[in-house]
Design a protein around this ligand. Structure first.
Ligand SMILES: Cc1cc2nc3c(=O)[nH]c(=O)nc-3n(C[C@H](O)[C@H](O)[C@H](O)COP(=O)(O)OP(=O)(O)OC[C@H]3O[C@@H](n4cnc5c(N)ncnc54)[C@H](O)[C@@H]3O)c2cc1C
Length: 361
C-alpha cells in the first residue's frame, strides 16, 4: 500500500486525505491547530458554491462535480452542510463577467436564467435593481456550512482510515511518506518562499440581523462592485462581505477583530442594495484571509527539488466549493492518472483570470 502524509486540514488537505484513503492509501493528516480552525480560510461559517467563473470552463465544471459530491457526503453522513438556495449575480452590463459566464454555462449545459432587473425583485424582500443591466440567476447554486463541512471531511476520512495527528510540520522535518502533500493554505507561501508566490490579505465579513422573510433567499455576488453574501441562514444573519483589496496579514498573529472601516463599507452596500436592511444591526463577524495567486488560479504541482512532494493551495478566495472534486483531481495527478493543468503550475503567473467574486486584485 502506498503511503501519504497530508499537511494541513483545511478543505483542500482534508478532502485530499479522505480521497486517498478511499482509494486505499495509508494516509496521515497533520494539522497545526484544529480542523476547521477559524484561523484557516476553510473555518468560515459559510461559503458560496456557484458555477459561473467567467469564460474559464474548468472551474465551472469542477463546481458542478463538487456540488454532487457535497450532497452525497451530506446524505451519507446525515450531517447538514448544504443550503440549496440558488445565487444571483447582479450584472452591471450586458457584456461583462455575467455574459462570459453565460457562454461558459451554455457550453457545459449548467442551468441558469438571465433575468431582467425588475424580475429580480421577486428574489428578495427588498432589493434595489436601478443600477443593473440584468441578473444571472443560478438555481442549482447554494451555500455550504464551511467549518462543519471541513470537519466532516476529516471525520469521514478517519472512518475511511485516515490517521489524524496534531502538529506543525516544517519542510525541514522531512515527513516520511511515499508522497507528501503540503495543503497549507496561506502558510504555503512562508513554508516554500522560493517556490510559492501568494498574497495573504485580510477579509472582514459581516452578518446583519434580519427578519424571517430573508430566510432561504438566494446568495448574491456583485462582481463589478466587489461584494457578495447571502440571506438569513441558520440564524447567522444576512452576510455581506466586501471583496475589495485588503492589507497583507500573518494568519498566525492576526487579531480577528473587524475594522470599523470595513463595517462602514459593508453597511453602505447593504443599505444601497437591500434598502430594508439599511439599519440592521451587526449580529456577527469574521476576519479571515485570502491566499491569492497573481492570476487567481490554484496551485497544484510537484516541488521542483522533491519529486514526491506536492504543493496544493492558492484557493484565491474561491477554493472552498471545489473541495471534494478538487481532491479527486489532486489524487489523480498524484497517482499519474491525470496531468496537472498547466495553469496550476508553480512559478510566475501573469494576467488575472478573474475567478473570484470580484474584479479587484
Ligand atoms: C472571507 C472568505 C470568504 C470566502 N468565500 C468563499 C466562497 O464563498 N466560496 C468559495 O468557494 N471559497 C471561498 N473562499 C475561499 C476558500 O475559503 C479557500 O480557498 C479555501 O478554504 C482554502 O482551503 P485550504 O485548505 O487551501 O486552506 P486553509 O483553509 O487555510 O487550510 C490550511 C490548513 O493548513 C494548516 N497548516 C498550515 N501550515 C501547517 C503546518 N506547517 N503544519 C500543519 N498544519 C498546517 C492550517 O492550520 C489550516 O488548517 C473564501 C475565503 C475567505 C477568507
Amino acid at each position: 500500500m502506498s503511503s501519504a502524509v497530508v499537511v494541513g486540514a483545511g478543505v483542500f488537505g482534508a478532502a485530499t486525505a479522505r480521497e486517498l484513503a478511499l482509494r486505499g492509501w495509508d494516509v496521515t493528516l497533520v494539522e497545526q491547530y484544529a480542523p476547521g480552525t477559524v484561523r484557516s480560510a476553510s473555518g468560515g461559517d459559510t461559503r458560496l458554491l456557484r458555477f459561473a467563473h467567467g469564460d474559464v470552463d474548468w472551474y465551472a465544471a469542477m463546481a458542478r462535480d463538487a456540488r454532487l459530491k457535497w450532497i452525497e457526503l451530506q446524505e451519507a453522513t446525515g450531517t447538514h452542510i448544504w443550503e440549496p438556495i440558488g445565487l444571483a449575480w447582479f450584472g452591471r452590463s450586458e457584456n461583462g463577467f455575467e455574459a462570459r459566464s453565460r457562454a461558459s454555462l451554455d457550453r457545459l449545459g449548467i442551468p441558469y436564467e438571465w433575468l431582467q432587473p425588475e424580475a429580480a425583485r421577486d428574489l428578495y424582500p427588498s432589493v434595489n435593481v436601478d443600477d443593473l443591466a440584468g441578473v444571472l440567476y443560478e438555481p442549482e447554486a447554494g451555500v455550504l456550512h464551511a467549518r462543519r463541512a471541513t470537519q466532516l471531511l476529516v471525520e469521514d476520512g478517519e472512518r475511511a482510515g485516515v490517521l489524524y495527528e496534531s502538529a506543525r510540520v516544517l519542510p525541514a522535518d522531512d515527513p516520511r511518506g511515499d508522497v507528501v502533500i503540503w495543503a497549507c493554505g496561506p502558510w504555503l507561501a512562508s513554508l516554500f518562499p522560493a517556490h510559492v508566490d501568494l498574497k495573504v490579505t485580510r477579509r472582514d465579513v459581516f452578518f446583519f440581523g434580519a427578519d424571517g422573510s430573508w430566510r432561504g433567499t438566494p446568495g448574491f455576488c456583485d462582481y463589478e462592485a466587489a461584494y457578495y453574501g447571502h440571506g438569513e441562514i441558520a440564524g447567522l444573519g444576512v452576510k455581506v462581505a466586501p471583496d475589495l483589496p485588503g492589507e497583507e496579514v500573518d494568519p498566525d498573529t492576526l487579531d480577528r477583530i473587524p475594522l470599523p472601516a470595513w463595517e462602514r463599507v459593508a453597511r453602505e452596500y447593504l443599505g444601497r442594495r437591500f434598502p430594508a436592511l439599511a439599519d440592521a444591526p451587526v449580529i456577527g463577524t469574521r476576519v479571515c484571509q485570502y491566499d491569492l495567486s497573481a492570476d487567481t488560479h490554484f496551485i497544484v504541482d510537484r516541488h521542483p527539488e522533491r519529486d514526491s512532494w506536492w504543493l496544493i493551495g492558492g484557493g484565491s478566495g474561491h477554493g472552498f466549493k471545489h473541495g471534494p472534486a478538487f481532491a479527486e483531481y489532486v489524487a489523480d495527478c498524484v497517482e499519474g492518472k491525470r496531468e496537472r493543468e498547466p495553469f496550476h503550475a508553480l512559478g510566475a503567473r501573469t494576467g488575472d483570470a478573474g475567478l473570484r467574486t470580484s474584479s479587484y486584485g
